[in-house]
Design a binder for this molecule. Sequence first.
Ligand SMILES: Cc1ncc(C[n+]2csc(CCOP(=O)(O)OP(=O)(O)O)c2C)c(N)n1
Length: 617
Amino acid sequence: MKLTDIQSPSQLKTLSEQELKALAEDIREEIIRTVSVNGGHLASNLGAVELTIALHRVFDCPQDQLVFDVGHQCYPHKLLTGRSRDFSTLRKLDGVCGFPRREESEYDAFNTGHASTAISAALGMARARDMRGEKHRIVAVVGDGALTGGMCYEALNDAGSLNTPFMVVLNDNGMSISRNVGALSKQLTRLRISRGWLGVKKNVAEALRRIPGVGERLHDAFQKIKNGIRNAFIRDKFFTALGFQYFGPIDGHDIAGMEKVFRSLMNVDHPVVVHVVTKKGCGFGQAEEKPEKYHGVAPFYIETGRSRKESGPSMGELGGKYVAELAEKHPEICVVTAAMTESTGFGEFHRRYPSRLFDVGIAEEHAVTLAAGMAAGGMRPFVAIYETFLQRAFDQITVDVCLQNLPVCFLMDRAGIGGEDGATHHGLLGVSMLRAIPNMTVFAPRCEQEFKAMIDWALRHGGPCAIRYPRSLPKLDAAENDFRPGRWEDMRKGKDAALLASSAILEECLEAAKLLSKDGIEARVINASTIKPLDEKCLLHLAKKQMPLFTVEEHFLSGGFGSAVAEFCAANRLPAPAAMIGLPDEFVPHGSRKLLLQRYGLDGESIAKRVKGALKA
Ligand SMILES: Cc1ncc(C[n+]2csc(CCOP(=O)(O)OP(=O)(O)O)c2C)c(N)n1
């Protein structure tokens, strides 16, 4: 059966072992082909092919519900649930989303994108099922990386008392994006190793039995040693202590083997964990060898693995390198990451100072309070993190860092529209979240030079500070940057209107100013790189000149930079901005940044139109 003929997972139930093997191959080919063109999560999906097939053969979706943690491994699931014909639109604007989306299909039971939520969500769904007297099954599929996140423990602890069917499938490949970290990860490794050891020993035991005369006795003695080892390792205490029955580890690429276990457990009336061992990148040599490189990829050539579009170093890498340089002279510098050391550009720092970087796993709340503790203990921590994931730690930033005015610097990567990963991955709340917290300073650089000056300032400053930046910044046609905190900078002179913006969106403002100039409107473009505090002097000066103000931001309008300017204007009885340009009160979908800027009126042309319209009014 061709992959494109599968419209419903029920069609899998009648396939032979041979057909299933061929299907798994087709799925892998389709994923590799599509991701090589569109970019996306590769290695995690390749590792989950057989697991997804086995789940869909045993469970009856969509009545039964699968909740995928993070959701970055959902491509096989999407291909088997009626989306194979549209799969070439993966991650494109209005195309198939790279993460589960309830709005997209009834087979996507719960929207995910941020890690460690699946057990909580599935438990909620199980309780809803029980309260409504329904009988379907609910399965949470969680990676060993995601299992480093605190929510998983909260959910496991809560679920232990359940006395209805509830299955957690632990998809263990030993990897988060990088090699997994932490004590539980070590425990899982021990479980995997002990299983391998027992497999080998089975053959030894049989061989001993066959030795004439002493064989039976040797075999018995050997069996005792083997059981001792089984007790030490296989009888897992961790999950059992939390009230779960533990099964595993089992081979996550053996469809029939997994099916047997799932079937035998699907109706038991208590929570179970099935520990499945998979290989990240399975079936694609390069990804098996370098699962970290192939975790999430930009479009690439299949033959060589080379990227289709070469990109320079990311802002994160530039920042990481600079912090590493500073660390030579500043022994008080240390770095905290949350399972994203390489992705945030701090790989080099880690290689140079392995004892001064702490990867805490997918544990953003802990990362922030850990940094607060380090700062309280006399260190100068930098927390390198994607803006979207920092949302998790709002309370910790407020109470543990800012309330005590501790010198923690947040390096917030992927600020603004993240692009193809979509709604869960854009950084559109950083300003509203952080500017609301007393003692916090918020910056957004327009170039590497300004970024470094901000890091220098953060190191001198005795309190919290956040620097938000996208993956990369455009090269702007502007003079050398002369950064001073709290003071804005002119990027372009003009007398008719002032566009206030920071970071990457300045490029669109400069483009808008160029277009406006053709119509005889000279717009001043101001780099408002200190977002909190505002450059009040500059705002008062502009008001005095009766300059119409336009704030432009790649951020939700609600509570953002424009709001801050409007609040200042209102408090000082100044005219409000003529327009506040930014993202409306709706979730922004996946798609290229360029197309999304156009859709939301944030490209140069649209900004020029808005300015012209407002000036005419
Ligand atoms: C809260 C949060 N922090 C960080 C990430 C980034 N991230 C995506 S996948 C991933 C690793 C997940 O590892 P695992 O669950 O073991 O899945 P695998 O990729 O190994 O299959 C990380 C850190 C995220 N999605 N959510």
